[in-house]
Design a protein around this ligand. Structure first.
Ligand code: NAD
Length: 289
């Protein structure tokens, strides 16, 4: 088997964004100007790169992008009051709540305060429930990006052995649900799987491997089943560069398709944030599901 085909995020993101841009242009003609709001509590230097890319992408497709910055010490009561205004403002279509929140705030309670029709990151129980039931809703962007990258290979997902490493509410679990929806046979691995010594054997039998652990080098190249699809969502800053969770060079010798880090899942995630914003507008104007 030769080297894997590299699944570059930019190409797939551009396709998603093309559709978004057309829909936004239609909305502009009807005098609807989608607005995506980011709410940030305290300063998080690590998030600057991600927020910058969100802003540039929004501007590129004609979505307005604004930020409300609150101080580190903001009380939950005050935060709810700000969120209430956002929830009720008909000119704001999507709300991104930047996490991690300062420790005195209850993350889940705050996330669940987001109006479900403005929940463009898919963090509310309502939208996650829709995902669980397999009906359309606002789904977590990274999970959508991962499944779209798998589908871009044109390999039939149905009946495949899919192994997802990472069980977070925002990446691992929703991704596993989406693959289940596509009728893959899904295994979710996590820290305890590794600690029990079972990670390697799960990865070795996987035809689709999705990794979102944030542990550089966790997945050894030699574990990859020949011909597998490998999607690496991991992002860890090492010195002044970003690395994923898979030993890329070695895995490339085994896999049929593999995503690079950087240059893979990240760009597609941002594209889905824009798509969710347009879907949210449709929903708010009762044109959606
Ligand atoms: P998280 O910290 O909430 O979850 C990490 C998961 O990895 C947990 O389920 C944990 O059990 C598992 N894990 C940790 N160590 C492990 C090990 N040794 N073996 C097996 N599993 C292990 O993280 P998250 O928010 O889901 O993010 C995961 C990674 O994905 C991070 O690197 C993050 O930066 C990245 N991420 C990327 C995007 C993107 O768009 N590309 C978006 C969100 C998160």
């Amino acid at each position: 088997m030769g080297e894997a085909k590299i699944l570059y995020g930019k190409k797939i993101a551009d396709e998603v964004l093309k559709g978004v841009k057309e829909k936004v242009a239609d909305l502009h003609e009807r005098n609807i100007h989608p607005l995506l709001m980011t709410l940030e509590i305290g300063e998080d230097a690590a998030s600057r790169v991600y927020l910058g890319s969100q802003r540039r992408t929004a501007e590129r497709v004609g979505i307005q992008y604004e930020t409300i910055q609150l101080s580190d010490g903001t009380s939950q009561k005050r935060l709810f009051s700000v969120m209430n205004n956002i929830n009720r403002d008909p000119l704001i279509n999507g709300l991104i709540l930047h996490v991690p929140l300062p420790p005195h705030l209850e993350t889940k309670q705050v996330q669940w305060y987001i109006d479900t029709r403005k929940d463009v990151e898919g963090v509310t129980p309502y939208n996650l429930g829709r995902l669980f039931l397999g009906v359309p809703g606002l789904m977590p962007c990274t999970a959508q990006a991962i499944v779209t990258m798998i589908k871009s290979t044109k390999v039939d997902i149905r009946g495949k052995e899919a192994v997802v490493i990472g069980q977070s509410d925002i990446v691992g679990k929703p991704c596993a649900m989406m693959l289940l929806q596509e009728e893959a046979t899904v295994t979710i691995c996590h820290l305890a799987t590794d600690e029990a010594g079972y990670l390697e054997e799960h990865v070795r039998r996987a035809e689709i491997v999705v990794v979102a652990a944030g542990k550089p080098g966790l997945i050894k190249g030699e574990w990859i089943r020949p011909g597998a699809i490998v999607i690496d969502a991991g992002i860890t800053a090492v010195g002044d560069h970003i690395v994923g969770d898979v030993e890329f060079e070695a895995a490339k010798q085994q896999a049929a398709y593999i995503t690079p880090v950087p240059g893979g899942v990240g760009a597609v995630t941002v594209a889905y944030l824009m798509k969710n914003t347009v879907d949210a507008v449709m929903w708010q104007t009762s044109e959606g599901e």
